[in-house]
Design a protein around this ligand. Structure first.
Ligand SMILES: [Zn+2]
Length: 511
């Protein structure tokens, strides 16, 4: 089964260089070049109609199932513009739900609302019903009295390690969330499968062909494995398997490794600190406004031990680290792994929020892959203005410095932490909206981070990420010329649904 793509510029290396035609056989690139030079006898011809074809885009950190859950089951609060607006949405959902059922919403942001929802407000809006409203970052949660009661949390309940309980306001941070989550009815595997598929179909519709789901626990892993075995995954998925769930000190054993064309699980996930937009990242200088220095979730010896166990078993590590203190801790752990157990797999740092020059240098030396979220620069800027102290303001997501340091960089959205998951919005933010002047990247760099960088972060660099011969012919097809238009207009350029080569071998069937 061969296919010849032609009729639009094809970018084999995700930069300005183009070829006229691409010949694909059994899902892999055979050759590319001038149309009249390729031997395309017997190949089905697909005319791009003037659109630009790139190697398939990867969102290297997107909570797939939560994106799907928010598009189907959860109350989406990301568009709420004020506390009154949030209250109206909560009251409306309360009226629709059966008695006693949990009301779970997600996406509020106090910088947008002018304040955080309180226990008292939620008690009033949904009397007698447990309510959990997760902040947009998923590190901070607002709950009401019935939710606290079901979770067994009283005014004098101590917070678990790495978390905080503010009983009066009903705000739980970091690991304290596990107490409430554990009191909610456990989703069935069928629910997880439906959420995963809703999330993946959405991402594919936006143009992606691959995604990392960066926090996967045993029931979610089981759902992914079942979907993969049934051939139902519509794109390539990489999983970061959680080792230490919120709410306690229990540790999940290492998972069974699994690598198929559509599902890879050979990585584990740690959260070393909180987030920047909610001022819970571990920082060396107190946040403005809160005066706090965030939360370091592990003591270093314990983090090293958990990481070592994974590393020597050949698991790659993807660890969330945003604050400069968390980056120092994590890079120290990676450095010790490299020293004491050399020759192991390459590890990732998710977010990489506030690196200084020494963090960048050490990351390069250790071959660490950086996975930042350019779209944060667009959506969460007001939060950074509000919380980041002057001393650290020059270190906020310095994307250019990551490239200049020689790191492999993979771009991602961290959806549904942000509303905007479209890849061209991420590209535009990376190229045109640096938080720190001078930290914008070039279009070539940004495209590389969505294509080859994403493949590297998945461990798929020998298999995809460019359109060189032998690579999988996954395609992201853009209906406009990025190289000839201003970044501000990129988000409006249509992108066709991601074309995952071997899953859509018959071009007649692809949307
Ligand atoms: Zn995340």
């Amino acid at each position: 089964m061969s296919t010849l793509y032609h009729g639009g510029p094809i970018h084999p290396w995700a930069d300005a260089r183009t070829v006229e035609a691409l010949l694909v056989r059994d899902g892999r690139v055979v050759a590319s070049g001038a149309l009249d030079e390729l031997d395309a006898r017997g190949a089905a011809r697909v005319d791009l109609g003037g659109a630009h074809a790139f190697p398939g885009f990867t969102d290297a950190h997107v909570h797939v199932w939560k994106v799907g859950q928010l598009r189907t089951t959860l109350l989406d609060l990301r568009e709420a513009t004020s506390l009154d607006d949030l209250a109206a949405r909560v009251a409306e959902r309360h009226a629709q739900l059966p008695e006693g059922a949990w009301l779970w919403g997600r996406g509020w942001n106090e910088a947008r609302l002018g304040g955080s929802p309180t226990r008292e407000l939620l008690d009033r809006l949904a009397p007698g019903r447990p309510v959990l409203l997760t902040r947009t970052c998923a590190h901070i949660h607002a709950v009401n009295t019935p939710a606290l009661e079901r979770a067994g949390i009283h005014a004098d309940t101590p917070a678990p390690a790495g978390g905080e309980i503010d009983y009066d306001s009903g705000i739980l941070t970091e690991t304290a969330y596990g107490l409430v989550y554990g009191a909610m009815p456990e989703p069935t595997q069928a629910q997880f499968e439906a959420w995963i598929l809703a999330g993946l179909e959405y991402l594919r519709a936006l143009g992606f062909t691959a995604a990392t789901d960066p926090a996967v626990d045993p029931p979610l892993y089981a759902a992914y494995r079942a979907l993969d075995a049934a051939g139902r995954l519509p794109m390539r998925v990489n999983l970061l398997y959680i080792r230490r769930p919120d709410g306690g000190a229990a540790t999940y054993p290492l998972p069974e490794k699994h690598v198929s064309p559509t599902l890879r699980c050979d990585s584990v996930k740690f959260f070393t600190d909180g987030g920047l937009s909610g001022a819970t990242a571990a920082v060396s200088v107190p946040f403005r406004d809160t005066g706090t220095r965030g939360v370091l979730r592990f003591d270093t010896a314990e983090l090293y031990e958990l990481a070592r166990e994974a590393h020597v078993a050949g698991f790659r590590i993807g660890a969330h680290a945003i604050g400069d203190v968390a980056l120092t801790q994590l890079l120290g752990v990676y450095a010790r792994l490299a020293r004491e157990h050399p020759g192991g797999p390459r590890h990732r740092i998710e977010h990489f929020g506030l690196p200084d020059a020494e963090h960048l240098r050490l990351a390069r030396e250790l071959d660490v892959i950086a996975v930042p979220q350019p779209v944060f620069l667009h959506e969460l800027r007001a939060n950074y203005d509000r919380y980041v102290p002057d001393e650290l303001a020059g270190q906020v997501f310095p994307l250019r410095a990551m490239f200049d340091a020689g790191l492999d960089v993979a771009f991602s959205s961290d959806g549904p932490v942000v509303r905007e998951l479209r890849p061209l919005s991420g590209l535009a933010a990376a190229v045109a909206e640096p938080y720190v002047p001078g930290q914008a990247v070039t279009l070539d760099q940004a495209l590389g981070a969505y294509t080859r960088g994403g493949a590297v972060a998945h461990g798929d660099e020998n298999d995809r990420g460019t359109l060189e011969p032998g690579q999988r012919a996954d395609l992201t097809i853009v209906e406009g010329d990025l190289f000839d238009t201003a970044p501000q207009s990129w988000p409006d350029i249509p992108v066709r649904a991601g074309l995952v080569a071997d899953l859509s071998a018959d071009p007649a069937r692809t949307p």
